[in-house]
Design a binder for this molecule. Structure first.
Ligand SMILES: NC(=O)c1ccc[n+]([C@@H]2O[C@H](COP(=O)([O-])OP(=O)(O)OC[C@H]3O[C@@H](n4cnc5c(N)ncnc54)[C@H](O)[C@@H]3O)[C@@H](O)[C@H]2O)c1
Length: 253
C-alpha cells in the first residue's frame, strides 16, 4: 500500500458497522482523515471515538443516504471540516427482505433499492462536482458478489447490487478523463452484523455459506477494507470502472 492517502480526506457511508467501520479504521490508521457517515448515530459516534483514541482524525455526520439533500450536506461537511473531498466509499446497504419475485412486497423492494442503489446514486451525485472541479479523486462503491451473479430468494438485493456495478461503470466512463477514478468492490460472505443478522444464528446456514467458498471460510471486514482503501490510493492509479471481487473464490466456480 502506498503512502498516498496520508493527509487526504474523504467519506465512508455506513461506517458505523461492519465493512464501513473497518474501512474507516483502515483509512485513519494510515493517516487519512475520515468523515464517518451513518444513519445510526450511536454506532457512528463510537467509530469516531475509536479512531480518535487510536490517534486518528475523524468526525461523525448523521446521514441517511436515501435523502439526496443529506448526501449534499455530507459532502459539504467533509469540505468544511477537512478542506477537500479526496475519496469516497459508498458502502451503506441493507440485505432487505428475503422472498420470491412473484410475491415480493412492493414496499420491501422500494426500501432495498432506496438504500442500496438510490443511496449510491445520490452519494455519487453529491460527491462528483467537487472532485471533477479539482480534477482528482477516487470513489469506491460497495456492491457484492450478488452484483455479478444471481441468488434465488433475494431479488431486490441482487438487482440493487447489479445496479451498483452498472452505475459504477457508467460513472467511471464519464469521469475517467477528468481525473476521477470510480470503481466498486464485490465482497462475498463477510462476517459482519448484517451477515450475522441474515444467518440468524442458524449454524446450518453458516455451514452452507462456507461450503460455497473455495477458501473454506467467511471473509473478515478488514480483508474487504484493504481492497477498498487500495482502490482509493494512488497505488490503483490505472484502475477505472473495475468490479473487484473479494470472495475467497466463490464466484469463479
Ligand atoms: N457482509 C457481507 O457479507 C456483505 C457481502 C457483500 C456486500 N456487502 C455490502 O457491504 C456493505 C456493508 O455491509 P455490512 O455487512 O458491513 O453491513 P452492516 O449492517 O454491518 O453495516 C451497514 C451500515 O450501514 C448503515 N446504513 C444502513 N442504511 C443506511 C442509510 N440509509 N444511510 C446511511 N447508513 C445506513 C447501518 O446503520 C450500518 O451501520 C453493504 O452495502 C452490503 O450490501 C456485505
Amino acid at each position: 500500500m502506498s503512502d498516498s492517502l496520508r493527509g487526504r480526506s474523504g467519506i465512508v457511508t455506513g461506517a458505523g458497522s461492519g465493512l464501513g467501520r473497518a474501512t474507516a479504521l483502515q483509512f485513519a490508521s494510515i493517516g487519512a482523515r475520515v468523515v464517518v457517515a451513518d444513519v445510526n448515530v450511536e454506532a457512528g459516534e463510537a467509530v469516531v471515538a475509536e479512531i480518535a483514541s487510536a490517534g486518528g482524525s475523524a468526525v461523525f455526520i448523521a446521514t441517511d443516504v436515501t435523502d439526496p439533500a443529506a448526501c449534499e450536506a455530507l459532502v459539504g461537511a467533509c469540505i468544511d471540516t477537512f478542506g477537500t473531498l479526496d475519496f469516497a466509499v459508498n458502502n451503506a446497504g441493507t440485505t432487505g427482505t428475503p422472498g420470491s419475485v412473484v410475491d415480493y412486497p412492493i414496499d420491501a423492494w422500494r426500501a432495498t433499492m432506496a438504500v442500496n442503489l438510490d443511496g449510491v446514486f445520490f452519494a455519487m451525485r453529491a460527491e462528483l462536482p467537487s472532485m471533477v472541479t479539482a480534477g482528482k479523486g477516487a470513489i469506491v462503491n460497495v456492491a457484492s458478489g450478488a452484483g455479478l451473479v444471481g441468488f434465488a430468494g433475494l431479488p431486490a438485493y441482487v438487482a440493487s447490487k447489479h445496479g451498483v456495478v452498472g452505475l459504477t461503470k457508467s460513472a467511471a466512463l464519464e469521469c475517467a478523463a477528468r481525473g476521477v477514478r470510480i470503481n466498486c468492490v464485490c465482497p462475498g460472505s463477510v462476517r459482519t452484523p448484517m451477515l450475522e443478522g441474515f444467518m440468524g444464528g442458524d449454524e446450518r446456514m453458516e455451514r452452507a455459506m462456507t461450503a460455497g467458498v473455495p477458501m473454506g471460510r467467511l471473509g473478515t471486514p478488514s480483508e474487504i477494507a484493504e481492497a477498498i482503501v487500495w482502490l482509493c490510493s494512488d497505488a490503483a492509479s490505472y484502475m477505472v470502472g473495475h468490479a473487484l471481487v473479494c470472495d475467497g473464490g466463490a464466484t469463479v466456480q
